[in-house]
Design a protein around this ligand. Structure first.
Ligand code: PGA
Length: 237
């Protein structure tokens, strides 16, 4: 199984020029070889997807209907047509700011898979849930409801992203990540890829793969710096 390193640019950068520069820099630094042990995917905002310079692409969201009167939404078919390979679904920022429920996430995953997109399915507990001792309950519910009635999860990678670790600099310890990954494995297939995300930097990235047993990383802030992101990719090799 190849490790997957995904860069989630979130709502950055602010201009086409900056996005082009970032793609250019990534393209120069990251050498994508077909036989490499690590797969890399860049997930920019929708409006910058077509600037990718041939780098493997992921989207940050999609809508579960095929087409029609859904102002502001983007379909799986549109993403496929642009050459997008992956889509992030269930990110905690979508759950929090856009009220995405497990049910909505489930429909999005189903639609993405139906159209041949690979899914990076995010789950993770908040600080409150963790301190109330509910971490495992939350993870179990998010996985089971998110993957409900989905028969084939071969194209799903699960990203464990503790909400309290995202964008805070407070990354989850290797030991705790390892335990969470072991827990998550009970609910997926033996060969399902489990990623870690939350304040990943080049100083801590290697340990999540080599010590915590993850099969890759979902990188937010650090993916906006081509040099840092490249170091993270190298640390997985
Ligand atoms: P971060 O974000 O690396 O900035 O913490 C990770 C994510 O939200 O996927």
């Amino acid at each position: 199984m190849k490790n997957l390193i995904a860069g989630n640019w979130k709502m950055n950068p602010s201009s086409k020029k900056e996005a082009e520069e970032l793609f250019d820099n990534l393209k120069k630094k990251i050498k994508i070889k077909p036989d490499a042990q690590t797969e890399v995917v860049i997930c920019p905002p929708f409006v910058f997807l077509s600037l990718s310079k041939g780098l493997p692409l992921g989207a940050q969201n999609l809508f579960y209907e095929d087409k029609g009167a859904f102002t502001g939404e983007i379909s799986s078919a549109m993403l496929k047509d642009l050459g997008v390979e992956y889509v992030i679904i269930g990110h905690s920022e979508r759950r929090k700011y856009f009220s995405e429920t497990d049910e909505v996430i489930n429909k999005k995953i189903q639609k993405a898979l139906d159209l041949g997109l690979k899914v990076i399915f995010c789950i993770g507990e908040t600080a409150e849930e963790k301190s109330a001792g509910k971490k495992e309950e939350v993870l179990q519910r998010q996985i089971q409801d998110g993957l409900k009635d989905i028969l084939d999860i071969d194209n799903v990678s699960v990203a464990y992203e503790p909400v309290w670790a995202i964008g805070t600099g407070e990354n989850c310890s290797v030991q705790e990540t390892k335990e969470s990954i072991e827990f998550i494995k009970k609910f997926v297939k033996k060969d399902t890829r489990i990623l870690y995300g939350g304040s990943v930097k080049s100083e801590n990235s290697g340990a999540y793969i080599k010590e915590a047993g993850s099969n890759g990383l979902l990188v937010g802030g650090a993916s906006l710096d081509a040099e840092e992101f490249t170091k993270i990719v190298q640390s997985a090799e």
